[in-house]
Design a protein around this ligand. Structure first.
Ligand code: SAM
Length: 298
């Protein structure tokens, strides 16, 4: 999860206007709560940021001080978790972010999977773990739908699972409607093909093509909790999600990913993320692309 960078003067100033100041004890409680439930290690220096971000949430809940908010978290930790995570993090994403990952899929992995899976049931699964508002899984669906063309008679059973912790992000993903200015990562050809331009009240928006929607299943999931799915997946995209996770949380998560991938399965990370010194189930085969090893390294 990316902690939202920076905080405006307005946000800090609001603390004194509203009297909503995050005290020591409350901040320490929030730090340990967020570490336990979201795997995020919040540094001391994030206090102002957390205070500013959560003031909005407190107002939305009609709460006048942070003590009440901490009490809410204590009494019902699960129900507020997604909102809390959304408030202190950013869900920044975009279509075809880190294009080199899609190039690898289009030029190498999808053609190979199509060939290999043709005679063996055609099951293909990709997981977008930490999918935010849906741009990543829908971009994956575009390249998958294109690869599947011409193989209709082979009866492929191909699907993308898209999960996230944030209820707001998932609501946008489910809606599948994006402002035109958010489509800049998509080529003209793909825009024409896979996006439907809105009119009237939907002017300025574009809607995801039904063919892509049917390839993508969107589900809420906290990566730190139990997972209902058993896999196996051919590839897991977990990009720009673990940056602020502490080391033990990353180790546990990557071990669990390895369990859901067959030998030779792929794990895609974000541009500033790495498995170095964290997990050796995988070998690095490209820029932030890992492949599960067939055996343990020597
Ligand atoms: C910066 S966005 C990355 C979106 C996309 N993967 C990309 O690279 O563009 C990080 C997402 O990870 C999600 N996230 C963070 N911690 C999570 C957790 N413990 N379980 C599930 N999702 C989480 C956040 O809600 C956020 O939507």
């Amino acid at each position: 999860m990316n902690l939202a960078a920076g905080i405006s003067a307005g946000e800090i100033g609001q603390a004194t206007v509203d009297g909503m100041v995050l005290g020591d004890g409350e901040f320490q409680f929030l730090r340990s709560f967020v570490l336990q439930h979201c795997g995020i290690s919040l540094g001391e220096q994030k206090r102002q940021l957390v205070q500013g971000r959560l003031q909005r949430r407190l107002r939305a809940l009609g709460l006048k001080h942070f003590a009440g908010y901490c009490e809410l978290l204590r009494s019902d930790p699960q129900s507020e978790l997604g909102e809390l995570a959304s408030a202190i993090s950013t869900n920044v994403t975009s279509f075809f972010r880190e294009m080199h990952h899609y190039d690898l899929l289009v030029n190498e992995l999808l053609p190979r999977w199509m060939k290999e899976k043709r005679g063996s049931g055609g099951r293909l699964r990709i997981w977008s773990a930490g999918c935010s508002s849906g741009e990543e899984p829908y971009a994956l669906a575009m390249v998958l739908a294109e690869a599947l063309e011409g193989h209709a008679s082979a009866g492929f059973d191909a699907r993308i699972l898209a999960t996230d912790l944030s209820p707001q992000a998932l609501a946008v993903a489910r809606k599948g409607m994006y402002p035109l200015e958010r489509l800049s990562g998509i080529s003209d050809e793909r825009r024409k093909r896979w996006l439907l331009r809105g009119a009237g009240e939907f002017e300025g928006l574009a809607s995801i093509h039904p063919r892509l929607r049917e390839l993508v299943t969107i589900q809420p999931l906290n990566l730190l909790h139990d997972w209902p799915m058993k896999g196996p997946f051919d590839a897991i995209f977990c990009r720009n999600v673990v940056i602020y996770f502490d080391q033990p949380t990353k180790q546990r998560l990557f071990r669990r990913y390895a369990e859901l991938l067959p030998a030779g399965g792929y794990l895609f990370l974000g541009h500033s993320e790495s498995l170095h010194g964290i997990n050796d189930d995988f070998e690095l085969i490209g820029r932030t692309v890992y492949r599960k090893r067939t055996g343990r390294p020597p």
